[in-house]
Design a protein around this ligand. Sequence first.
Ligand code: SF4
Ligand code: SF4
Length: 243
Amino acid sequence: MTNPSVLTAADACMSERLSCSACCGIFNLKGSDADRRAWVAENTRQFLELDISVAVNIVQYRKDREAVTLPNRVRDDIYVCPFLGFVDTQNQKTGCLLHPQGSPHRQISLWPHPQNFSFYGEGICLSYDCLAKDRKAYTGDFFAWASTATLFAYARLASDHTLHRALGRFAGGGVSLQQFYTVVAHLYERHNVVTTSFEDIERVLPDSPEELCRFLAQRIDPSQVEEIAQELSAAYSACSSHS
Ligand code: SF4
Ligand code: SF4
């Protein structure tokens, strides 16, 4: 079993216990995390029942599941992939049902390039790294926090380039941000924030904890910036005072 303390940016997409899938659009689906989990489970159930030796079955699956999924997106400019499923036997870890090595479908090896049945295609799906992962933007304690985080709490933050890059500018020096990460993840869940990994590169990164808290509050809910920024600042200060 992987020792959580040695997780690194290289494990950001998937490790022994956790997975992300933000770039597959998991948080762009409307609804609660229970709805999200049910959708992933239903994708998995239907896909695993298919005879994928017949190409048209995969094509039809995609068409049918897109008809359910695409009208339920939060943002219309971000795709939500119906090949996102659970790839472990306990339905705990999300991943790609078309992955040539990682798919749980018993017939996946019949296709040399199964992800080419998807919207993005193998060339993108196999090689894509979000900015946070590509730049190894995480501060040291993010993966320590992740080792006890829930699946979706972790996944919401793993692709958040601006959060990690900003923290990297001013949160060094042994500050342990575990409580702060938990509060950010809760707020993202409560306000249905879409973390996708396709964020724009910020021209001006938040340069202090106060700026970051206001930036995140604006992203979380522009109508409640003051309250949310205060909640975030309190969590950040609590971390600083305990470090
Ligand atoms: S958003 Fe980033 S960390 Fe998450 S699965 Fe995609 S590449 Fe990996
Ligand atoms: S086909 Fe691509 S976008 Fe879809 S779940 Fe697999 S990796 Fe994600």
